[in-house]
Design a protein around this ligand. Structure first.
Ligand code: F6P
Length: 324
């Protein structure tokens, strides 16, 4: 293997740049030529492929976003699109790929490998922390800290006005961001897609809590069966029927995706990036380089995509106990 390429795909995550940097510099260190594909699979299809040097990744380790840009490609979901991408890779002499992204990115990479045989190794880049085969994903720690900072600020104003705040955080179908910023931010409740939301129970507890607390923070993960934070707030408000109490909603949205990556995300990204290149050199493929219990581990894409990473039991228990 002499020439490989790296791309970022799907939702961006803080730390993707640190990962690109590690892939580029490890490749050069090991004597490989390294190319960057811009705009993920769309860029692969359109031949948006450029050679990278060590200096191409200077001064990016601290930056959020991705210098290679990202996209969610409709075209790559078709066989014709993937054939075009393969032709572009061949025209550029690319013999291996590093895919930085989440499960959608890995699904594309797996199909592509099975159809055309170009070795590919993934690095887990998503704020959602919903990938099996790594304890944490690149971007998760930064996103949790961003959400936490927002919750701290909301708590100040919630307390000043004796209000109940519903704070909606990202995570698609995963409650990881919600539980971790909920624990760190001292939330009274956290609602996650992994467990059923019992509105009656929330109402009962909120009424109880009013004896000791004048304000409350409820963290709502997007993707739950009871709807978004606005809808949940309305349901709770209707049941509490307290004219004196004010309810507010804050949706944190895409601010969770940006910002300078934390030290943890930079280190994780660097480790995964280096491991991906080393894995390709060792002849590995169709798998993701992640970190499990402190050790780098390669997990087949099949498992990363199909196995779920459940919330650990003590996350939700902690919130219940610590919010009394
Ligand atoms: O997967 C990352 C993520 O930020 C999810 O948490 C969220 O549901 C989704 O992407 C938002 O996607 P988009 O940026 O396309 O709106």
């Amino acid at each position: 293997m002499k020439r490989i390429a790296v791309y970022t795909s799907g939702g961006d995550a803080p730390g993707m740049n640190a990962c690109i940097r590690a892939v580029v510099r490890t490749s050069i260190f090991k004597g490989l030529e390294i190319y960057g594909i811009s705009y993920g699979y769309d860029g692969m299809i359109n031949g948006n492929i450029k050679k990278m040097q060590s200096h191409s990744v200077s001064n990016i380790i601290q930056r959020g976003g991705t210098i290679l840009k990202s996209a969610r490609s409709e075209q790559f979901m078709t066989k014709e699109g993937r054939k075009k991408a393969y032709d572009q890779l061949r025209a550029n002499g690319i013999e291996g790929l590093v895919a930085i992204g989440g499960d959608g990115t890995f699904t594309g990479a797996k199909v592509f490998f099975e159809e055309f045989g170009i070795p590919v190794i993934g690095c887990p880049g998503t704020i959602d922390n919903d990938i099996y085969g790594t304890d944490y994903t690149i971007g998760f720690d930064t996103a949790v800290n961003t959400a936490l900072e927002a919750i701290d600020k909301i708590r100040d104003t919630a307390a000043a006005h004796d209000r109940i705040f519903f704070v909606e955080v990202m995570g698609r179908d995963s409650g990881y961001i919600a539980v971790e910023c909920g624990i760190g931010g001292g939330a009274e409740f956290v609602m996650v897609p992994e467990t059923e939301t019992d509105i009656k129970k929330v109402v009962k507890s909120l009424k109880n809590l009013r004896k000791t607390k004048s304000s409350s923070i409820i963290v709502v993960a997007e993707g739950g069966e009871e709807g978004n934070a606005d809808q949940i707030m309305e349901k709770v408000k209707n049941k509490i029927q307290d004219e004196d109490k004010e309810f507010k909603v804050t949706t944190l949205g895409h601010i969770q995706r940006g910002g300078n990556p934390t030290a943890r995300d930079r280190v994780l990204a660097s480790r995964c990036g280096m491991a991906a290149v080393e894995g390709l050199i060792d002849g590995k493929s169709n798998c993701m380089a992640g970190v499990v219990s402190g050790e780098v581990l390669y997990t087949p894409f099949d498992d990363c995509i199909n196995k779920t990473k459940p919330l650990t039991g003590d996350h939700l228990k902690l919130i219940e106990i610590l919010s009394i």
